[in-house]
Every structure is written in structure tokens, then in C-alpha cells.
Design a protein around this ligand. Structure first.
Ligand SMILES: [Zn+2]
Length: 253
């Protein structure tokens, strides 16, 4: 394993997308010993209150709070992010260089927010496919082909398709939830005190609701682009702790 190798890469358009949507899962995977990377496809600027310098400082601070092994910012254009061959190759080159087994994308159209989010999904899906292509190394900065085992979707609550995803699973992030909130709070240029309070309230509410569905205090819901593959159903489900089974009111202990 080269020191560039990562187990999992979370790839989303803007700095703060990963932290807000699934920073708990990032922190949890890190705490379980996995090498996790965050790929911000753009630097997120311009925004009303940010500068390039502050955004870079904030995203590194957030990455440090979550404990990731690698954070990277691609020079793709915020507000103009589009799925096209060049953006696919740029993201695929990162995948080929770091050779993750899992890549994670946000999923769904966000008509009341940036259209970059949906384009980011299309780019990650295509980049995962491109990552394995042979005889095209020149398009990927001379990197070797790499097949990625898994694509995880992180459905966005505000997406037009919310609730329509199949093959979902919920990660228990109760133990690392404060870490997630701290990482989001690192983006001070985006969230002044009043806005931060609203964002953290919303994150607690969403994660509380998603966690509740599987008996966790806080959870983050993911989906697969295909049915959940299970080879040994009894072992698979009986191996899951009873406290994680759906129960209401929550079980004690
Ligand atoms: Zn965003």
C-alpha cells in the first residue's frame, strides 16, 4: 500500500458539503482505522462572505477535526460545475491516484440550492466508471486504471427525490456527532453565529430523524445504486446488534 492509498473517498462539489451531509460517518470511519479522504471538487468561492484564503484555511481545519488522511481541492469552477469529459477525468485521476475501494457522492437534485450538487453526482458516477479504463492513461495524468468496488450515495434531505432511494442503510454516528458539529463550525466565513445555530439545528434534526429509524440517537443515511447484495442472510442480519434494530420507544442500554 503506498502512502497515497485511501480506503474511502468522499467526493462532493463544495467545501462543507461532506461535513454537513456525512461528517459523522467520516469521523466514524477514521476512528475505526480506515484511511479516509475528502475531495472538494471546487474551492467554493465566490460566496458573499468568503475569500479563497479563508475557505482553504477552514476546509483544512474541518479535515483536521475529522481526522482524515487526505484532503484535496480540485480547480473546477464553483457555480459552473458541469458533468463533462474534463471534469470526469479530473475526479477519476484522483480516484486512480488514491485507489479507494469506496467512493461516496451526494445524490439528488437540489432545486432550491446549488445545481452543482447534482452535477457532482453525475461526475462521481462517471469518474468511478472512467477510473477503470485501460489504454487511456494520458487522460488521467499517467495513472494506472483502478476498479472501485463500491459507490455510496448520500441522499440530500432537500433534494427533489428525497425518500425515493432504495438499498438504504444508516450509519450510527451518535458517538462522533460533536466532532461533526465542530467540523461544520470550522466554516466561520459561511456561517456567522445566527446562521451557524440554524445549520447545526438542522443537522441535529436530520441526523436525529435518520438515526431514529434504526434505533440510533444520531444517524446518517446512505443508499446504494443497486440492491443490497447479501450472500449469507442469517449471518448478515443476526450479526447486527439488537440495539440497532428498529424499536420505538428507544431501548435502554
Ligand atoms: Zn454545496
Amino acid at each position: 500500500m503506498s502512502d497515497q492509498t485511501l480506503d474511502i473517498i468522499f467526493a462532493m462539489p463544495h467545501p462543507d458539503d461532506v461535513e454537513i451531509t456525512c461528517g459523522g460517518t467520516v469521523a466514524k470511519l477514521v476512528s475505526q482505522g480506515h484511511r479516509v479522504g475528502i475531495l472538494h471538487m471546487t474551492n467554493g468561492e465566490p460566496t458573499p462572505r468568503g475569500t479563497l484564503e479563508t475557505r482553504m484555511r477552514e476546509l483544512h481545519e474541518a479535515a483536521e477535526i475529522l481526522g482524515v488522511a487526505h484532503v484535496e481541492v480540485l480547480p473546477l469552477t464553483n457555480r459552473e460545475l458541469m458533468d463533462c469529459p474534463e471534469t470526469r477525468y479530473a475526479v477519476a485521476t484522483v480516484f486512480r491516484r488514491h485507489r479507494p475501494r469506496i467512493v461516496v457522492s451526494m445524490v439528488g437534485r437540489t432545486p432550491a440550492a446549488s445545481p452543482d450538487h447534482y452535477q457532482g453526482q453525475l461526475i462521481v458516477e462517471a469518474a468511478r466508471f472512467c477510473s477503470q479504463l485501460t489504454k487511456w492513461d494520458d487522460r488521467f495524468d499517467g495513472t494506472e486504471p483502478h476498479r472501485i468496488d463500491w459507490l455510496w450515495y448520500r441522499p440530500v434531505v432537500i433534494s427533489a427525490e428525497h425518500g425515493q432511494w432504495h438499498s438504504t442503510f444508516v450509519v450510527d454516528v451518535s458517538d462522533v456527532h460533536e466532532q461533526k458539529l465542530a467540523a461544520i463550525s470550522a466554516y466561520r466565513s459561511q456561517f456567522d453565529e445566527a446562521r451557524l445555530e440554524k445549520v447545526l439545528h438542522r443537522v441535529r434534526s436530520i441526523d436525529g430523524a435518520e438515526g431514529t429509524r434504526c434505533g440510533f440517537k444520531y444517524g446518517e443515511l446512505f443508499a446504494l445504486p443497486h440492491p443490497w447484495p447479501v450472500e449469507d442472510p442469517a449471518k448478515h442480519f443476526l450479526g447486527i446488534q439488537a440495539s440497532a434494530s428498529m424499536s420505538y420507544p428507544p431501548r435502554s442500554g
